[in-house]
Design a protein around this ligand. Structure first.
Ligand SMILES: Nc1ncnc2c1ncn2[C@@H]1O[C@H](COP(=O)(O)OP(=O)(O)OP(=O)(O)O)[C@@H](O)[C@H]1O
Length: 341
């Protein structure tokens, strides 16, 4: 099962520019979480801080007992081996075949024999639908294939935490739908903790168990997907609805005067009609059941009383709909937090 990631009071600046401050959240083990936010709000900086590639000035990121911010570099280096990182552009070596690109971490970080490396690489290429493309160079394949190759490379060291930076960037809506399904399928197969950074609303509404959003140098919210999907917080409603009206402007944020002017001119966006929540994607038939869904059900039931009414209602009806849990009925005490046997 994936590992929990606990982020506490994290603050990151570059010179006098604060990217975000006091970010606190927990990525539950084995669950899929998405971090949303308009361009430039620091999503990539957050991902790099979680894996210890950037050092926030304050706060900590606890992974398996190691603080990725403040522990000695050798401990951070070791803990980083628990992660798989899929970069936005795939970050493949242009002169190496896909096979060699994907084999690279195994050759660098393990003493595995070539026959074993071949087995692992082929297995991961199969998982991301790239079998047959082993000999291709990155320049000879589509952007979507490069992303999948980057994902396969992130998987070869059997990560327990997978970080994906904008897996949809540059992809058409159909390829984005495929990558969404792939992320859910990988979660079903690996049961790894996943954090996906994106501003794609389709991914946000169908893939994650949990969602968060960065805006105006702070974490607006983080919690079960239903909390953001039912939120009436202007910035969340504007972002998920994809409107112009609201606090998000062309260059990140609008001032009060601009918002008042828009209102006078009838630029509307947020509506009081509740958004319909799309069902979360299920793994492709034939793949294992996502263990995270079973664990999450118990975790979220324990949180219900602390959630806003709209989120609570959405969670209860989703549990009803799938027939997994009758609303309001607590899960058997012995299994709480421990996951299925
Ligand atoms: N190494 C760096 N040095 C200085 N500033 C940086 C550095 N990396 C990022 N920034 C700044 O931090 C801010 C957040 O950048 P980041 O790339 O994390 O945003 P983002 O939310 O991922 O944006 P996008 O959705 O457009 O990819 C930006 O203002 C960026 O210029």
């Amino acid at each position: 099962m994936g590992i929990e990631v606990v982020v506490e009071g994290l603050t990151k600046s570059f010179g006098s520019q604060t990217v975000w401050q006091d970010v606190t959240l927990t990525l539950p083990p084995g669950e899929v979480s998405v971090m949303l936010g308009p361009s430039g709000t620091g999503k990539t900086v957050f991902l790099k801080s979680v894996i210890g590639l950037l050092k926030p000035e304050r706060g900590r990121v606890m992974v398996n007992g190691v603080d990725m911010v403040n522990s000695p570099e050798r401990d951070v280096y070791e803990a980083r081996k628990l992660f798989g990182l899929m970069f936005q552009d795939g970050a493949l070596f242009g002169s190496m075949s896909l096979f060699d690109n994907i084999a690279f971490p195994l050759r660098e970080h393990t003493k595995k024999k070539e026959s074993e490396i071949r087995r692992v690489v082929m297995e991961r290429m199969d998982m991301v639908g790239l079998l047959g493309a082993e000999g291709k160079l990155p320049g000879e394949i589509s952007g979507g294939m490069r992303k999948r190759a980057g994902l396969a490379r992130a998987l070869v060291l059997d990560p327990q935490i997978i970080l994906c930076d904008e897996p949809d960037s540059g992809l058409d809506p159909v390829r984005t739908a495929y990558i969404s399904q792939l992320l859910i399928d990988l979660n079903a197969q690996l049961d790894a903790t996943m954090l996906i950074v994106t501003h794609n609303i389709d991914i946000a509404s169908t893939v994650p168990d949990n969602m968060g959003m960065l805006f105006r140098r702070r974490l607006v919210a983080f919690g079960p997907r239903e909390v953001l999907l039912t939120s009436q917080e202007p910035v969340v409603a504007q972002f998920l609805g994809g409107h112009r009206a609201g606090p998000i402007g062309m260059s990140e944020e609008k001032d009060e005067a601009t918002m008042a002017l828009e209102e006078r001119h009838g630029v509307t966006g947020s509506s009081s009609v509740p958004r319909t929540i799309e069902p979360q994607l299920e793994p492709t038939p034939g793949l294992p059941v996502r263990q995270a869904v079973l664990r999450r059900r118990e975790r979220v039931l324990g949180l219900l009383d602390t959630l806003p009414p709209a989120a609570r209602h959405a969670i209860e009806s989703s549990f009803d709909r799938t027939g997994h849990v009758v609303a309001g009925q607590a899960a058997p005490a012995g299994r709480a937090g421990g996951g299925p046997s």
